[in-house]
Write a protein that binds this ligand. Structure first.
Ligand code: SAH
Length: 346
């Protein structure tokens, strides 16, 4: 039997585990602190726990620790890590240094099955979901690398977070716990390609995180060509789900819009986009699409991105242009991939 990862347990799950093991409840809190505040990598480091308990735990569980097998630093300070998981799979994680704090962009799956045509992460399909503990370990490893606290998290690396719903919820619970690294929900953004039923499920949790929707096009003809998920959940249904989400959580939504030359960047498209989301108080993040091998798309030039932004603003929609951090090390949006082991040993 495969051992489970103890660091993938939420506080509540650890409490249940201690109960099952006939241990006092306070042990759950102590163990949670060891795992997520002290971030130990070995059971023997839990010096306040009885030896017999540690032995039992060690028989059944492991503790995930991620050590980068490759580390690349961009001219702009962005760092990209390649981590190898216990089963040999690899994922990438990006650390961005903003003046308001250190932000980690985490992967949530090994690969992705959403098939967006402009994104490298999905090209080789999905291998498996990451556990809550593995996602948290990405953050701990990044913090350790720079010796500083991580203040913000974006779930925008490899994978579709809402296609790994339960583990991502457990991860959010672990990472926002005051007994761990205590990263506030308001400093966390979760990005989705638009799986409507899961957006509704997320709304029920009423979390204070920022939900980002990868919209990229204001109509079905355009969006379905770029993103197969649109065939299952077309634009109108997606926007309705966003409105329900806002109503239920009281949180504004952010839309990601990657600009592709000659595809979704005309003045006509800007007015269509504005008409679609006007009045929601939503924010649009514009980003010239990043080059990816095998993608048929190229980026809108800077002047046209600016023009598109101005037009949205004039039509009453708040829009900003996102900086492309880490593009010289292929760490920018859509450039992360799971199959990077060969170049890792170069
Ligand atoms: N699966 C989630 C999380 C990935 S986030 C989602 O789709 O939202 C990564 C963001 O980068 C998404 O908005 C995605 O659409 C965008 N993206 C993917 N490839 C890109 C590329 N080549 N250039 C710019 N943005 C890209």
């Amino acid at each position: 039997m495969d051992k489970q990862q103890l660091n993938a347990f939420t506080e509540q799950q650890l409490t249940d585990l201690m109960k099952d093991m006939r241990q006092p409840a306070f042990r759950a809190k102590q163990i949670f602190r060891w795992l997520h505040q002290k971030q130990i990598s070995d059971f023997s480091e839990m010096t306040d726990q009885p030896k017999s308990l540690l032995e039992q735990l060690e028989q059944k569980f492991t503790i995930t620790k991620l050590v980068p097998i490759r580390r690349q630093q961009s001219k702009d300070g962005t760092i990209k890590f390649l981590f190898q998981l216990a089963d040999g799979n690899c994922i990438e994680t990006v650390l961005m240094r903003y003046n308001y704090g250190n932000t980690v962009c985490v992967s949530t799956q090994v690969g992705c099955r959403m098939g967006c045509r402009f994104c490298a992460s999905t090209q080789a399909g999905l291998v498996r979901c990451l556990t809550a503990g593995e996602i948290a370990a990405e953050i701990y490893a990044a913090a350790q690398d720079i010796g500083e606290r991580i203040s913000h998290i974006v779930l925008m690396g490899i994978g579709e977070p809402l296609d790994n719903f339960d583990n991502v919820m457990d991860f959010l619970s672990i990472i926002s716990s005051p007994m761990g690294v205590n990263i506030g929900m308001r400093n966390i953004s979760l990005s989705t390609c638009g799986i409507v039923p899961m957006i509704d499920k997320l709304a029920e949790k009423k979390l204070q995180l920022t939900l980002s929707i990868s919209l990229h096009a204001p109509n079905d003809a355009m969006r379905s060509k770029m993103m197969p998920v649109n065939n299952a959940y077309p634009v109108k249904e997606l926007i309705s789900a966003c409105r329900r989400y806002q109503k239920q959580t009281g949180r504004r939504i952010s839309f990601e819009y990657s600009m592709v030359k000659g595809v979704n960047d005309s003045a006509q498209t800007a007015s269509e986009l504005a008409a679609l989301i006007r009045g929601m108080g939503a924010h649009v993040n514009l980003i010239p699409i990043n080059p990816v091998d095998g993608s048929p798309y190229s980026a809108t030039d800077a002047a046209n991105v600016k023009r598109f932004q101005k037009q949205l603003e004039q039509l009453g929609v708040n829009a900003t242009i996102r900086r492309r951090l880490g593009s010289d090390i292929s760490a920018a949006c859509g450039q992360l991939r799971r199959e990077a082991r060969e170049d890792a040993v170069k």
